[in-house]
Design a protein around this ligand. Structure first.
Ligand SMILES: [Zn+2]
Ligand SMILES: [Zn+2]
Length: 651
């Protein structure tokens, strides 16, 4: 039999029979490796462990410790899930079942809906499949026979997937026991290699993520090699659920949604509205200190405006257009649209009166309500919504001022992040254009100029950032300040963008030192991001126990007797006079009950007042963080909380 040479990752070479498998090679290396091997990388391509090696090659054996190893391991578990579901619910139809960060999912079309209560049965069946240690075998199938088989199984979604596979591409099925699935692989060599798994969640998901398609049932799960790692993961998931703003924010009365109003249109309840106001005042006051000029512009405009800005051509599918183009006498010219951005409105203010280089930079800010027609599948709590409020603004400057102004915008965002205690929870992304996409305006040479100018600035800031091609705005590259929600999903919190184009399109000019009229540069920035999104991030970060300075209610005064109520009211007005947000719980309830309620509401301070406190003019102070602080002179408590608020202490 002829031999082939296998070069391993450490560059050592093993000689083996032609057509040996990566599994054979793993066995030659060590029993330990044989036990934990998941899949292989042969000359750069991922393959199954039992694929024969036909010629000299580079081989790497991957285990659960490798990212791709984890993916293959978990994706194999998705197949086990699918097989279990099909054996319990033969009429369920199969969608897709990829691995995801931290786990996997599989989409099913169930004739009758299932609930998490059904997980026990499915998990038991999965256990059986794993115990049976069924080999997972790859088979290349001809298109015709692939379609015929899936038609036989009445798997409509699989048929659709096969029909979409490009002609030149190989079609592969994987067989595990009697269960056959369309898949590119690779997988574990057998089901018995799976160790510890758990089904975690159920959710609705449109087929192919398109809301025009049928809503399928997505079952999420995860699996690990070690029991302790699975337990840790499940604990993290519990903690995430506990902090999830979409649950906690509703329970604490920050926001609600109402079907009759619509999806992605949250109603801020008194607490949410108060938090919004606190943050907005904080942001706008700081912006004023840094030379910003406040504007207040309309929420909608004629299509003419968006045609100049390019929104009509590049962004219309995300805009709410008022009226019907087909019925409008003037066609699109007669239409209005809600604004997705503030830019063109502030440009009109800039254009009111000729500007000179002496006027620049001009820094406009505005807390603007913006409207974006997000897909219904993407909406989430306060993080992704259809109407939101951006701390929007535009710095209009000369090319020479770009560097300084960009850095000032960055510092302002970092200032806010630090004050709300989130400066360590973020990462940076430099979003550039890609060369293929047609959604961008302006010449490529100008883009190169903008991107290289921005790169110099970013490198000068001394921050670590990743580069993302294709994520730029259609008018320019941007720096995105990213955060992850409790479930690890990443979203943009704040953004600073460089734009060399729109001033030309809007014919914005300034008279330069040489008397020439020139187009300024524009920095689009959101100093604090979208208020709704920041509020969601804050609720999750602090698990609802917001720092004192931003708590909608900072102090709750709890009189024990009727006679103490007058004293409570007196202290309430003193504190209100100090600018402290407080309330009196004068209900005729037991003091223990009132304390528990204030604790559930996560109010930072409780002041308990009984007969003795009234006589001695003191209050018994309970802090959310430190518990019972004992009795305190009213003047001392006022000093303490005022200082804490002024210093914006974040704990
Ligand atoms: Zn698969
Ligand atoms: Zn803008």
């Amino acid at each position: 039999m002829s031999m082939i040479k296998i070069t391993l990752k450490d560059l050592s070479v093993i000689e083996t029979d032609k057509n040996s498998t990566p599994l054979d090679v793993a066995a030659k290396i060590s029993d330990g490796l044989l036990r934990v091997a998941v899949c292989a990388r042969v000359d750069g391509a991922l393959t199954d462990l039992n694929t024969p090696l036909e010629q000299d090659c580079k081989l790497e054996i991957l285990t659960f410790k490798d990212d791709e190893g984890k993916d293959v391991y978990r994706h194999s578990c998705a197949h086990v899930l699918a097989m279990a579901v099909k054996s319990i619910y033969p009429d369920a139809k199969l969608g897709i079942g990829p691995s995801i960060k931290g786990g996997f999912y599989y989409d099913f079309d169930f004739p009758t809906p299932i609930t998490p209560d059904d997980f026990v049965h499915i998990e038991r069946e999965m256990e059986n499949i794993i115990k049976a240690d069924l080999p997972i075998q790859r088979k290349v199938v001809a298109r015709k026979s692939a379609l015929a088989q899936m038609r036989g199984f009445e798997e409509a979604y699989k048929i659709q997937l096969i029909e979409e596979i490009p002609k030149e591409q190989e079609i592969t099925f994987y067989k595990m026991g009697e269960f056959v699935d369309l898949c590119q692989g690779p997988h574990l060599p057998s089901s018995g290699r799976l160790k510890f798994f758990k089904l975690t969640q159920i959710a609705g998901a449109y087929w192919r993520g398109n809301e025009k398609n049928k809503m399928l049932t997505r079952i999420y799960g995860t699996c690990y090699e070690k029991k302790a790692e699975l337990a840790e993961h499940l604990e993290r998931l519990e903690e995430a659920k506990r902090r999830d703003h979409n649950k906690l924010g509703r329970e604490l009365g920050y926001f609600m949604t109402e079907e009759k109003i619509g999806q992605g249109l949250p109603l801020l309840m008194p607490k949410g509205a108060k938090l919004f106001q606190i943050l907005q005042r904080f942001v706008e006051d700081e912006e004023a200190r840094r030379g910003y000029i406040l504007t207040k512009t309309p929420s909608f405009a004629k299509s003419d405006l968006y045609k100049i800005s390019g929104h009509w051509q590049h962004y219309k599918d995300k805009m709410f257009v008022i009226g019907d183009e087909s019925k409008s006498k003037d066609g699109a010219d007669g239409l209005l649209a809600l604004r997705p951005m503030t830019c063109p409105y502030q440009y009109m203010i800039y254009k009111n009166g000729l500007k000179s280089y002496r006027d620049l930079p001009i820094r406009y800010n505005e807390t603007a309500a913006l409207f974006r027609n997000e897909n219904s599948g993407e909406m989430h709590g306060l993080i992704r919504v259809r109407q939101f409020h951006l701390s929007d603004g535009h710095v209009i400057c000369t090319p020479e001022q770009l560097d300084t102004e960009f850095k000032a915008c960055f510092e302002l965002s970092m200032f806010f992040l630090k004050k709300i205690g989130m400066d360590k929870d973020i990462s940076f992304r430099f979003s550039k254009r890609d060369l293929e996409g047609g959604k961008y305006i302006g010449e490529l040479s100008e883009w190169n100029k903008a991107e290289s100018a921005m790169k110099v600035i970013l490198d000068g800031l001394g921050i670590e950032y990743e580069e993302a091609e294709g994520d730029a705005a259609f008018y320019g590259p941007k720096l995105d300040i990213q955060f992850r929600n409790v479930y690890g999903k990443e979203d943009t919190l704040m953004t600073i963008q460089v734009d060399l184009f729109l001033s030309k399109m809007f014919e914005m000019v300034y008279v330069d030192t040489d008397g020439e009229r020139k187009n300024p540069y524009i920095i689009h920035r959101s100093a604090f991001g979208c208020y709704e999104r920041v509020m969601a991030a804050l609720i999750e970060k602090y698990a609802g126990a917001l720092p004192v300075w931003m708590s909608p209610t900072q102090v709750c005064i709890l009189p024990i007797t009727d006679r103490a109520v007058d004293k409570a009211r007196e202290i309430e007005s003193l504190l209100q006079g100090d600018g402290v947000r407080c309330e009196v719980d004068a209900r005729n309830e037991k003091i223990g009950f009132k304390i528990r309620e204030a604790q559930i509401e996560k109010i930072p301070y409780m002041l308990v007042i009984g007969e003795r406190e009234v006589e001695q003019n003191v209050v018994a102070v309970r802090a959310r963080k430190d518990g019972d602080l004992g009795v305190m002179n009213v003047i001392d408590f006022r000093k303490r909380i005022k200082k804490e608020i002024e210093n914006k202490v974040n704990s």
